[in-house]
Design a protein around this ligand. Structure first.
Ligand code: ATP
Length: 237
């Protein structure tokens, strides 16, 4: 589904990612773990087209997408759930969700939009209850659900999630991860960046460890979970 080869990216003259390569197979759930500042957000934003890489290739279902805009990548099935949710605070829950389907609202609202709204509300009943409320009034967990729902409205094949557990209570984190696992079980390919290595490795088939902009380990999630070095550095054990 996604093939990243020797990707170099950063900000101006500062290179943050140094030749990063990784693979997400169709239907696979993959996580990237790493400390604060390792480059996880830079990686996901580069994959989504928000930062231009200086070198490397990004293949989505075999197609080179490195020169495409964010919306062209979305049209091909790649959607980002950004760090910090970034919901549109003054807009209602329903309007936020519709923004995720903006390509299908004009010039005429596609009938599929209503079906997709129903699908998101089935996944997150809490959002249905609050559909007319301003998104800024939701709890952190509800905003995370909304950010995921908004991405799903773009009908992605690959979902990029940037630290969905950030700032949420453990019970809410469990709920969010249960939803991510359900989406994956239903066939969605997932690439998840997390500082919460414990939750991430438990729910992903495969994991990569990113340190200072380089992939330093790659293995099955269960193997990384048992690895002494990973446990000491990222699980606090
Ligand atoms: P976090 O968990 O804090 O989001 P991260 O692994 O996602 O960490 P990045 O946010 O990708 O890491 O940051 C990687 C490096 O890039 C850091 O050294 C950071 O200071 C730097 N950086 C991030 N954003 C910018 C920016 N807009 N301009 C310059 N440098 C930046």
């Amino acid at each position: 589904m996604l093939e990243v080869r020797n990707l170099r990216s950063g900000y101006g003259a500062t290179e943050v990612l140094h030749a990063v390569s990784l693979t997400v197979k169709a239907g696979q759930s993959v996580c990237i773990i790493g400390a604060n500042g390792a480059g996880k957000t830079t990686l996901l934003r580069t994959l989504a087209g928000l930062i231009r890489p200086t070198a490397g290739r990004i293949l989505l279902a075999g197609e080179e997408i490195v020169a495409l805009s964010t919306s062209a990548r979305l049209a091909r099935g790649l959607a980002l759930v950004p760090e910090g949710r970034r919901v549109f605070a003054p807009m209602t829950v329903e309007e936020n969700l519709e923004m995720g389907a903006f390509r299908r609202l004009w010039p005429r609202r596609d009938r599929g939009v209503a079906q997709d709204l129903a699908m998101v509300f089935e996944l997150f009943p809490r959002l249905q209850e609050r559909r007319r409320q301003a998104a800024g009034l939701l709890s952190g967990g509800e905003q995370q659900m909304l950010a995921i729902g908004r991405a799903l409205m773009g009908r992605p094949r690959l979902l990029l999630l940037d630290e969905p557990s950030m700032g949420l209570a453990p019970r809410v984190v469990q709920e969010i991860f249960a939803t991510i696992r359900r989406l994956n079980a239903e066939g969605m390919s997932i690439l998840l960046a997390e500082q919460n290595a414990n939750m991430a490795l438990r729910s992903a088939a495969h994991g990569y460890v990113l340190a200072e902009g380089e992939i330093v380990r790659a293995d099955a999630g269960a193997v990384l979970m048992r690895d002494a070095g990973v446990r000491a550095a990222y699980l606090g054990l």
